[in-house]
Design a protein around this ligand. Structure first.
Ligand SMILES: [Zn+2]
Length: 417
């Protein structure tokens, strides 16, 4: 069962009973997407509540709902919940960055709860409290919103019935204020998840208002239980850390600047690989097939000496960065050597062996000439390149969001005042 749906049901219950009101949109927080022991979306939800009644009553309702809705038989489900009253301590903000960028153990989480006097409840392995703590401590210096719609019919096997045409119309009317609605390269609608969860669709965007407009443009051919808007760290790149190659570790999410050290190679399956070096070390960068034809074509067009900035994660193979984005900072001039043309007839000459000169097969002219150096026409331009949207992780920032960060708006308004 999806955590956001659980949150939706808890909020509905608390509001209907008049027990609490939300001080902000509920937060949907994504953690390090590389962790092996994670749930599918590796997300957690935080609710900021003003309690209008007995706090214990509210806690009881929340715990009841978890027990009622969490699918505890599921091997991957290890729910956890934490309750914190008052202000959010600095240690929780630090914990957020750790959970989103590194690996945190359940012991770290429990220790922090005990140190800060945070009430916590675990089911099974209780890994959920890691996400719960991180979500409470989340630092939203940049954020986006997601409007999630839930299906009334909980039979997960039924295909989702949303008019694709209405999704195209919605995208045309609201992009780029909403994004990742459609993967135009693969012709797929991205707002509807696959799989058995209760989510009918999710629309991602910059502001709550535009999400409501977008929602109104969609046509559903199945009953809807309800919808809710989350404030989220999705599409922020919060997981990425600038590093030097020598410091890259397994499960890291990194931004590296370096020089392309080899011609890219296409591997079986269509994945494209090249080596990157930065003076501290060398690392393989790979664009998996899933990243899309367009992106792989760009990666394939790189050449030795190009200066690039790579965005990606180090997962299953240590020492390999799985590309999430690529910025070509400077293209190298690459030359190709060619046999010279015959000065008499203009035909391409043939080498007579090393330092033995060239011979024209057309007219027989022989001479000691230099090879010609020709600058290679590059099939790539400097700039920022994204993977196909259906290959993008929740937390990865699409290229189109660069320059739209919320901290930038804040900085601008501070400057003008
Ligand atoms: Zn000739």
């Amino acid at each position: 069962m999806c955590t956001t749906y659980l949150a939706y049901r808890i909020i509905t219950e608390l509001e209907q009973q008049g027990l609490a009101e939300l001080l902000d949109y509920p937060w949907l927080i994504r953690l390090n997407p590389n962790i092996p022991a994670k749930t599918r979306g590796n997300g957690a939800v935080a609710l900021h509540l003003r309690c209008k009644s007995n706090i214990n009553k509210i806690k009881e309702i929340i715990i009841d709902k978890i027990e009622q809705l969490a699918v505890l038989e599921d091997e991957q489900t290890h729910p956890g919940v934490v309750f914190l009253e008052g202000n959010i301590p600095r240690e929780l903000h630090e914990f957020y960055w750790k959970a989103v960028r590194e690996v945190v153990s359940i012991e770290d989480a429990i220790r922090l709860c005990e140190q800060l006097g945070i009430e916590y409840y675990c089911w099974k392995l209780g890994r959920g409290i890691i996400g719960a703590l991180a979500a409470v401590g989340a630092v939203l210096d940049d954020w986006t919103y997601e409007l999630l719609v839930y299906r009334a019919l909980k039979d997960g096997k039924r295909p989702r019935r949303i008019s694709p045409l209405s999704v195209y119309r919605m995208d045309a009317a609201t992009f780029p204020q909403t994004f990742d609605n459609i993967d135009y390269e693969h012709g797929t609608v991205l707002i509807a998840p696959r799989g058995p969860d209760p989510v009918l669709c999710g629309i991602r965007g910059e502001e709550p208002e535009v999400l409501q407009q977008a929602f109104a443009l969609l046509e559903f051919h199945e009953p809807v239980e309800g919808w809710i808007i989350f404030r989220t760290n999705q599409a922020t790149d919060h997981h990425l850390v600038r590093k030097q190659i020598k410091d890259v570790r397994q499960y890291d999410n990194v931004i590296l600047v370096g020089r392309v050290a080899s011609w890219p190679r296409v591997l079986p399956g269509g994945h494209v690989l090249f080596e990157l070096e930065d003076g501290t070390g060398k690392i393989a960068c790979i664009a998996y097939r899933e990243t899309g034809k367009k992106f792989r074509k760009i990666v394939q067009a790189l050449g030795p000496g190009d200066i690039v900035e790579v965005y990606g994660s180090v997962a299953s193979y240590p020492g390999t960065v799985n590309l999430e984005k690529l910025k070509v900072l400077r293209l190298a001039k690459i030359y190709k050597e060619q046999n010279p043309r015959c000065p008499k007839c203009g035909a391409r000459m043939h080498s007579l062996g090393k330092n033995k000169g060239f011979k024209c097969r057309n007219c027989g002219y022989t001479a000691k000439l230099e090879k010609e150096r020709i600058e290679l026409q590059r099939e790539i331009a400097e700039g920022f390149y994204d993977v196909a949207p259906d290959a993008r992780r929740h937390i990865s920032k699409p290229v189109l969001r660069f320059g739209r960060e919320k901290w930038l708006e804040h900085r601008r308004s501070t400057c003008s005042s």
